[in-house]
Design a protein around this ligand. Structure first.
Ligand SMILES: CC(C)(COP(=O)(O)OP(=O)(O)OC[C@H]1O[C@@H](n2cnc3c(N)ncnc32)[C@H](O)[C@@H]1OP(=O)(O)O)[C@@H](O)C(=O)NCCC(=O)NCCS
Length: 182
């Protein structure tokens, strides 16, 4: 298994991985699955943030992880949300950890100070992955999402990416530039 930067021609594979989590679960609160073009547009959205794929020995993309801005207001620009999705039959083999082991240092190097994950509860695998990656639960939004006929809570996990001992204002985060072939 290797982790590399996502390319535009991965978008259809990412859309296929994501689709069942929209159509069959509350892991995503979306209700219409984007196609490859839709995913490609998200990959290119500003500000540019990392999109990574996990690729197996046969060259098959089995999962992906990416970051988006946490919120859009100016003071939020050092904060991101992280997401990760794997093909259902590739879960539980360390691939989520592998993706985050690349994603999180990358975000730190780009100048982001806080990473978050909003997890529709319960989701033991996602909770365990984020705890293993150092995220800590900071709060639960009660009954915040309605999908498949019921309300769902979302737990928010947070990880500090801030450089130790830095005084004064943070530097502006930089754009992600894809190019790591793993
Ligand atoms: C959540 C997800 C990305 C985790 O990736 P993964 O490759 O399955 O997880 P890993 O094998 O890397 O395991 C990471 C940690 O979680 C634990 N874990 C994995 N699956 C678990 C499960 N079903 N129950 C409890 N713990 C679990 C592992 O033991 C490991 O912890 P450890 O390193 O302390 O032993 C993956 O399961 C997935 O795609 N799930 C469906 C989509 C989803 O829910 N995405 C997240 C939306 S918030």
């Amino acid at each position: 298994m290797r982790v590399r930067d996502a390319r535009p021609d991965d978008a259809a594979a990412l859309a296929a991985i994501y689709r069942p989590y929209i159509e069959e679960s509350v892991a995503s609160f979306e209700d219409f699955a984007p196609d490859g073009f839709g995913v490609a547009a998200r990959m290119n959205a500003a500000p540019r943030l990392p999109w990574l794929v996990a690729e197996d020995e046969a060259g098959c993309v089995v999962g992906y992880a990416y970051a988006t801005r946490h919120r859009d207001r100016a003071a939020d620009r050092w904060a991101v949300d992280c997401s990760v999705y794997l093909l259902p039959d590739r879960r539980g083999r360390g691939t989520g950890r592998l993706l985050y082991a690349t994603l999180l240092p990358l975000l730190r190097d780009l100048g982001y100070w806080r990473a978050h994950a909003g997890i529709a509860l319960p989701n033991p695998a996602s909770m365990a992955l984020h705890e293993a990656a150092g995220f800590r639960l900071v709060g639960v939004y009660q009954h915040v999402g309605y999908k498949f006929g019921s309300w769902h809570d979302v737990g928010w996990w947070q990880l500090s990416l801030a450089p130790a001992g830095v005084q004064g204002p943070p530097e502006e985060p930089g754009p992600w530039r894809a190019g790591n072939e793993g």
